[in-house]
Design a protein around this ligand. Structure first.
Ligand code: SF4
Length: 337
């Protein structure tokens, strides 16, 4: 049995932590002193989207609490396998905006690269949980098609590295890719969407900072934090390191039923983000991906929550409530009453 207070992961490299992440629900539940018999049908949900969670994230969960907001983000549950009307494999129809393998071009002026298909954590609400990474995983040889696509379109000024999680890739891979992007003169900004500072803060190493700094691009990093409990002292150190390196740090969250759908939780999240130099940016309504219906908070409830937090926070700590829709030219901000 793994000791509850085991802190072995704190001395491991990020690569060791990544390869040793928990993939077995019984191991996870044992760590948290929860009885697997209370949720006997985890296996069916695992087949659709396996469990993956690093020790550094498990260490922030409360022992003995099935309703821990971090555990609920990663634990496969049988209700994911129930079909729900309107919930589909590709809710944002990204496949239709996929002109070159590994590249998604939906919005004016920016493109998204699937820089790396794997993640350090599997979030049960992920809108790409069914994404066909196998056919959208360009090898380094295929990069040229992607880079040519960007080079041929002078209106593209921002490249967004997404995934999977781009920071799950090795430094050498990132360095080569970023250096090639930096050679395209009209690209000025590199945006990186990642959950690594939250789920595997050891990933923020001096070597990574060098990779991100030694180019001419302006770096924007968007972390995906849904609850203040995700920011412990290890994550705080990682975020401070990124801040001191001069990168702009933003956060986007997904509004998730029973995880962060209360005004108190959202207020605490914004305040905690500000303490660690991250500005709240977007609060997304759930993308209606198959398997995630139980996380949905509807528009009316979301707008009421936003009104409540507007009354309690300075405007600069209030994220924009948005919904993403296929074929729209931008995310749609939801008007408040
Ligand atoms: S792409 Fe992001 S949201 Fe989806 S599983 Fe990976 S880390 Fe989680």
């Amino acid at each position: 049995m793994i000791p509850l207070k085991d802190t072995f992961w704190q001395t491991e490299s990020w690569q060791q932590q990544m390869s040793g992440m928990i993939r077995d629900p019984e191991q996870l539940l044992q760590r948290l002193r929860l009885n697997p018999e209370e949720h006997p049908d985890i296996a069916a949900a695992m087949q659709q989207f396996p469990l993956r969670v690093p020790e550094a994230f498990v260490a922030k969960m409360k022992i003995g609490d099935w309703h821990d907001p971090l555990l609920m983000q990663v634990l496969p549950l049988a209700k994911e396998t129930q079909e729900q009307v309107g919930y589909v494999n590709d809710p944002l129809e990204e496949i239709d905006a996929n002109p070159v393998p590994g590249l998604i071009h939906k919005y004016h002026g920016r493109v998204l690269l699937i820089a790396n298909p794997s993640c350090a954590v599997h979030c049960r609400y992920c809108f790409r949980r069914n994404f066909p990474y196998d056919s959208n995983n360009p090898s380094q040889r295929d990069w040229q098609k992607t880079l040519d696509y960007i080079a041929d379109r002078p209106d593209i000024s921002e490249v967004i590295l997404s995934g999977g999680d781009p920071l799950s890739a090795p430094d050498e891979y990132l360095q080569k890719l970023i250096n090639k992007i930096a050679l395209i003169p009209h690209v000025t900004t590199l945006r990186i969407h990642t959950r690594l500072p939250l789920v595997l803060p050891a990933r923020i190493t001096p070597a990574l900072i060098r990779v991100l700094s030694e180019n001419r691009l302006r770096i924007v990093m968007v972390i995906h934090c849904n609850h203040a409990n995700e920011i412990d002292s290890h994550t705080e150190v990682a975020l401070n390191t990124l801040h001191k390196a001069g990168f702009m740090l933003l956060n986007q969250s997904v509004l998730l039923k029973e995880i962060n759908d209360s005004a108190d939780t959202l207020v605490k999240l914004s305040q905690r983000l500000f303490e660690v130099n991250v500005m709240p940016y977007y609060l997304h309504l759930l993308d209606k991906v198959r398997g995630a219906a139980h996380f949905d908070v509807n528009e009316v409830e979301a707008q009421a929550l936003m009104n409540a937090i507007l009354a309690r926070l300075p405007g600069y700590l209030v994220p924009r409530l948005v919904v993403e829709e296929p074929s729209a030219s931008s995310k749609r901000p939801l008007a408040l009453s």
